[in-house]
Design a protein around this ligand. Sequence first.
Ligand code: URA
Length: 250
Amino acid sequence: MQLQDILYSQGFGTRRVCAGLVQQGWVAVSTTGVQGEYVPCTEAAADFDPEGLQLRVQGVDWPYHEKAYVLLHKPVGTECSQKPSTYPSIYTLLPAPMRQRPSKTAVQGIQAVGRLDQDTTGMLLLSDDGQFIHRMSSPKKHVPKVYQVTTKHPVDEVQVNKLLAGVVLDDDPKPVRAAACALVDTHRLDLTLTEGKYHQVKRMLAAVGNRVEGLHRSQIGSMALPADLAPGQWRWLSADDLQVLVASPL
Ligand code: URA
């Protein structure tokens, strides 16, 4: 594959812009993936096998990814929309090429797998692989998501049992239930859901007479948010992470 096309596929701009980056000496490549083995390349049409290729573009290392799978620790006060109304968008926390990756569909770049409210923190997946997004977000796939909920009022077994039995939310006569619910403290519970309706945790807690004061998503499927990923930080998902996520039955 030509270097200019590889750069284009990673979101570095139009083919013309990518050819310009190469010709102006902004691109180096490493076929071994070893730091220090980058070799400058000024030939836009130079041919490389993209699999395992490490690019260095304008000084920034960029491992080639045919599809992008990303984990973000969403900080408080950010919106999951590309066009936020009040708070900064989570997409501003990610490098620009991720938002510009070309796609055959109408939507360009990576998309969040479901949304978290502006005041919710924690684990957020993003990808440009439509099948993966569907696999992780469709209620029919039953991928469990664990929320650490801090409540305004004390939580008790009665509320826990109601959440497990199912509560009716205003817009839907069908009750929604927690797949699991564990009391952690007087004002803390861990709630596991396999679907993602609008404000679902907040509305479920309101339906049992309580109120959410803090919400953090700590786990998706069998994968927990890594402790070393601080709020606002992101990383590529590894092949192992993806296996854990995709093999995530409750
Ligand atoms: N449920 C909510 O109420 N808010 C979120 O952000 C996620 C789940």
